[in-house]
Design a protein around this ligand. Structure first.
Ligand SMILES: NC(=O)c1ccc[n+]([C@@H]2O[C@H](COP(=O)([O-])OP(=O)(O)OC[C@H]3O[C@@H](n4cnc5c(N)ncnc54)[C@H](OP(=O)(O)O)[C@@H]3O)[C@@H](O)[C@H]2O)c1
Length: 339
């Protein structure tokens, strides 16, 4: 590298996985960072997010977001510090959020970066409770399957980023009882003791339908579905008449190499007159200012508890990604790229 160019590292897609992704699908490459041109900034990324939806982008399939390209750096949410700027409104030293994660440095047009306020929250909060996972949780319980006073609410993948916030916000907006599902007794304990759920069910420990019937004997008003498959089936069994389901994600099928059948009891949606409504957070990004204003207050006053699982260094990013798919995280899974 010459003196005028800076060396940086990025993770590229080496090949497309069939089923579960592995290290062979990723490649760590050293690159020269170009100088920012007029209207651009150079960002030293400090944190990046790994998210379950990225598994879908590894497939060559049409979806709501284009597939990652083989041989090119992956993308995703990241936070960083501006180290060079040709943009008057974004000074050197500002902290910005943007979508060029999976790399240590990023050159961005001004329109692709959002300056975040690190006086009201930590930088990494903008990838978690104040980022897309937090906003998704908020939308799920306020708009997609609105929680009403006295409701019984069930949240799956409840110890994760979306789920842990959704459960707490459901309570904030009036739920009388909040039940979460997670894998293993440790996460179940955490749901109750740290995230304030009333009860936890462990999907690895026997029938979900039976566990839900015991945890919510009178049924469920609202289900926030992050998992699909067996969880959606068990929730359909437990729903009350006129119940509401927010279809947020279906992580149980993300590594499937064949299309999966839907729940065999889907007809319950008709007999119980349920509302099942999907959400994509990308349709609602204009809600960020309103949401961050509220959620930063909840973080500051301690009424929203968050956790994160952190792996260190760009070389750990694929492992963090495998971890979020497999349940190695509590709260938001993050990679710290620099301090
Ligand atoms: N619609 C949208 O706009 C939107 C936006 C953000 C996220 N999402 C979706 O929301 C869901 C949660 O995302 P997140 O970012 O918050 O991830 P997360 O919940 O922090 O992490 C994913 C969790 O899923 C659980 N899991 C994995 N495989 C499972 C299986 N077969 N059965 C049950 N649980 C399983 C694991 O927890 P356990 O240890 O409990 O198994 C893992 O920790 C995902 O489906 C994601 O795609 C949707």
């Amino acid at each position: 590298m010459s003196d005028s160019t800076m060396a940086s590292r990025e993770i590229r897609l080496a090949s497309r996985p069939i089923g579960e992704p592995g290290p062979e699908n990723f490649e760590l490459v050293e690159v020269a960072v170009p100088q920012p041109r007029d209207g651009q900034i150079l960002v030293r990324n400090t944190w990046m997010s790994v998210d379950p939806y990225m598994r879908g982008r590894m497939d060559d399939a049409e979806s709501y977001i284009p597939p990652f390209e083989i041989g090119k750096a992956l993308e995703g949410s990241a936070i960083g510090e501006v180290v060079a700027s040709n943009v008057a409104s974004i000074p050197v030293g500002a902290t910005v959020s943007h979508f060029l994660g999976w790399r240590e440095h990023a050159v961005l047009d001004a329109a692709e970066a959002t300056v975040v306020d690190t006086d009201i929250a930590r930088p990494q909060d903008y990838l978690g409770a104040l980022g897309t996972t937090g906003l998704t949780a908020y939308l799920a319980v306020t708009e997609i399957a609105p929680v009403r006073q006295g409701d019984v609410v069930f949240v799956s993948a409840a110890a994760g980023a979306v789920g842990s916030v959704a459960g707490q916000l459901a309570r904030k907006f009036g739920a009388a009882r909040v039940i979460g599902s997670a894998g293993g007794p440790e996460k179940g304990k955490k749901l109750v003791e740290d995230f304030g759920f009333d009860a936890a069910v462990d999907y690895r420990a026997g029938s979900l339908t039976e566990q839900l019937a015991a945890a919510a004997p009178e049924g469920i008003d609202v289900y926030v579905d992050n998992v699909g498959g067996d969880h959606l089936g068990a929730a359909l069994d437990a729903m009350k008449v006129h119940g509401r389901i927010a279809l947020v994600g279906m992580i149980s099928g993300y590594n499937a190499s064949e299309p999966l059948p839907g729940p065999s009891n889907i007809y319950a949606a008709a007999t119980k007159r349920l509302t099942l409504r999907g959400v994509l957070v990308s349709d609602h990004l204009h809600r960020f200012p309103e949401y961050i204003g509220k959620a930063a207050g909840w973080l500051a006053d301690g009424t929203l508890h968050t956790e994160e699982t952190v792996l260190e260094g760009i070389e750990q990013a694929p492992a963090a990604f495998f971890g979020v798919l497999g349940g190695a995280n509590t709260g938001k899974m993050l990679v710290r790229l620099a301090s």
